[in-house]
Every structure is written in structure tokens, then in C-alpha cells.
Design a protein around this ligand. Sequence first.
Ligand code: SF4
Length: 148
Amino acid sequence: MSGMEKILISACLIGDKTRYDGKSNYNPLVKELLEKYELVPFCSEVEGGLPVPRKPSEIVNDKVINIDGKDVTRNYLKGAELALNICKYLHIKVAILKDGSPACGAHQIHDGKFSGKKIKGMGITASLLTKNGIKVISEDEIAEFLNN
Ligand code: SF4
């Protein structure tokens, strides 16, 4: 039995309401992905022990701080470790992660000032997966990924 290739995907992209504000980031291309791949949904923030809804957090220097100034770095590190464990266990080589998130951001994160502006950078999970040889792409690259 060969089975379809497994891909890790941000849970909010498949429609899970795991965002800080209790909403999802459902992406309609998920339907096409499901025709070719087995999707393994994962939310680093929830798995790292944070509730839904929760205060928004941003990366400030090497830490993750919520809007009230609370250091939530350890939750993000735990979520990232668990994501990596799943990838290793299931031999996952590609992760499709929601851009802009302090956990999932593949190319962009917020600027750390809660200003609404984004800067170049990677979320904690995206960074750990990349360091471990997993290809991380954002939702904006799904169409291109499907055509390859
Ligand atoms: S941690 Fe990732 S999967 Fe979870 S809500 Fe944030 S962007 Fe979505």
C-alpha cells in the first residue's frame, strides 16, 4: 500500500476555528489539495496550550509576547516541538502554514509592535520545521504547489 503523501497544514486553513479571535482562515484550495495529499491539520498555538480565543501575540526579538505583555514563548516552543515530532513520525516533508502568524508565518510575521504591520520573518514553528529540512510554504503558494 503506497498511500497519499502526507502534508502538515495549519488547522485554521482547513477551517478549524483555532485563530486567536475564534475564527478560521479557511482556504478553498484545500479541496484540491485533498485530491492529491493526505492533510494533517495542526495548530501550534492550541497544541502549545493556549486557549481559543486568546490574546493576539507577536514575536519581539526572540520571544513571543501577547498584547498584554505576557511572555508566551514557551507555548510557542512547545507547539513547534510537537509539530516537528508529528512531521518526523509521519515522514512529512512539506508543511503549508498560514503566513503572518507568530507560530506559522512562512515568510512574514507582524512587526512586534501590534501596529498591524508585517515584516519579513518566520513564525516559531515555521522556523523549527525549516531548520529540520521540512519545506514550509504559505497559503499563497498552494496554487503553485498544486501545479508542480
Ligand atoms: S497557530 Fe497556525 S494553525 Fe493555529 S491559528 Fe495560528 S496560524 Fe492557524
